[in-house]
Design a protein around this ligand. Structure first.
Ligand code: GLC
Ligand code: MN
Ligand code: MN
Length: 412
């Protein structure tokens, strides 16, 4: 192939995207509760060892492009859109008014707001630092985010306490830090109750998001399970208002079976919000787009969520790769992420209604005949042959993933 001149490269990307078979229509995409973060779309590719590869873009661009693609909801950190020094001041009100205008113009809703308590130097010792003035400031920040959330009509607030931890042990007493962190959350919930009453709106759903490592060396609430314990610890004053925002990759990072982690949240009634992405087990937070690493696992995750009627947001918390250009974010990255999610969601429906899987599952639950339930040997004999269905079900799910159930055939 001949070298491709720079001015023909975008056209090539677009032609090959078409050749991939196109995508879902914006109307179809909008039927799902898919939420698009400001920070994901505007991520410039920077990291500790990486310079940015894309130019900056603001919320007006992101909201407009989400609308074109068919993403119905937008979400943001406070400081993704409002400079730190403007928080709680006039500048904030002007920006919030611009956001409202932009959302209305493009028919989007704000689903969620979150507080950045990890980036600015003020949080260098964490959001629940020893110095009371830092904690006072953290409480101001989360309360202010609640205000913004109500102004923008959000239903959810997310908390990722990324810097709640340390690099070196000994300086802080973990029990004290956890109490202090709960104080901030309690302040947010109290503020929420107050504003919700004033505005005659429901209170927000407050969602804790865990990540096992990064950016701190050691994290005080590293997993969704640790957070469930925290919610019910007695430190959180309004446990009924607080639940989880698990992130797919954050669970994999500590080696969890993501489906099992979600099941533990579901049985506690705490699966409020879900950050969707992909990546590798026991490695850092690469935030790859859904389905590019673990499509089979993802299909299984969605089968669990569909069969339990999960109806919260699916939040596209991924980072477009650094190799993708500004144009590529909109032409390739965001729409293909959304479409792989929808395809996997549809496949999950096929798994749930598949006659082979249904019959196999029912047979496993019916068990065998002739067992003496006080005799291990006799129980083993009663259902031994049935248990091959475990592997058969896994094979069938794979077939659905690759389309073999619709007649994809093997070449000779
Ligand atoms: C950061 C984290 C992301 C989290 C978000 C919400 O961007 O990387 O995982 O969901 O903050 O606060
Ligand atoms: Mn996340
Ligand atoms: Mn992540």
């Amino acid at each position: 192939m001949k070298p491709v001149p720079p001015n023909q490269q975008q056209a090539l990307v677009e032609r090959l995207m078409q050749a991939c078979g196109g995508g879902y229509s914006p109307e179809t995409r909008r039927k799902h509760f898919i939420t698009g973060p400001q920070w994901a779309a505007s991520y410039q590719g920077q990291a500790l060892f990486h310079a940015p590869t894309r130019t900056a873009i603001g919320f007006e661009d992101v909201i407009r492009e989400f609308a074109k693609i068919g993403i119905g909801y937008w979400c943001t950190h406070d400081t993704d859109v409002i400079p730190t020094e403007q928080l709680g001041k006039d500048g904030q009100h002007q920006i919030v008014a611009r956001i409202q205008k932009s959302l209305a113009e493009h028919g989007l809703k704000c689903s969620m707001v979150t507080t950045e308590t990890f980036y600015h130097e003020v949080f260098v010792a964490g959001p629940a630092a020893e110095a009371p003035e830092v904690r006072c400031y953290a409480a101001f920040r989360v309360r202010n985010t609640v205000d913004i959330g109500h102004e923008l009509g959000a239903e959810y607030a997310v908390y990722w306490p990324g810097s709640l931890g340390y690099y070196t042990q000994g300086a802080i007493d973990e029990t004290e830090s956890l109490r202090w962190y709960a104080d901030a959350l309690n302040a947010a919930c109290e503020r929420d109750i107050e504003i919700a009453k004033k505005k005659n709106r429901p209170t927000l759903k407050h969602c804790l998001e865990a990540k096992p490592f990064e950016p701190q060396g050691e994290i005080l609430l590293p997993t969704s399970d640790a957070m469930l314990g925290f919610i019910f610890s007695g430190l959180v004053k309004r446990p009924e208002m607080v639940g989880l925002n698990p992130e797919y990759l954050h669970e994999l990072m500590w080696g969890a079976a993501v489906r099992a982690a979600l099941a533990r949240a579901l049985v506690c009634g705490k699966l409020f919000h879900f950050d969707i992405n992909d990546g590798y087990r026991l490695k850092h937070d690469v935030d790859i787009a859904i389905g590019l690493v673990n499509p089979l696992d993802w299909l299984n995750v969605l089968v669990l969520l569909r069969s339990h009627g999960y109806n919260g947001p699916f939040n596209l918390d991924y980072k477009p790769p650094r190799t993708t250009s500004n144009a590529g974010v909109w032409a390739v990255s965001v729409p293909t992420m959304v479409d792989r999610f929808i395809t996997l969601w549809e496949m999950a429906g096929e798994v749930i209604s598949d006659p082979i899987i249904t019959e196999a599952t029912e047979a496993l639950k019916a068990g065998g005949t002739g067992a003496d339930t006080k005799n291990a040997e006799s129980i083993v004999k009663a259902n031994k042959e049935l248990l091959s269905l475990h592997e058969l079900i896994a094979h069938r799910i794979f077939q659905i993933l690759i389309g073999a159930h619709r007649g994809r055939t093997y070449s000779l």
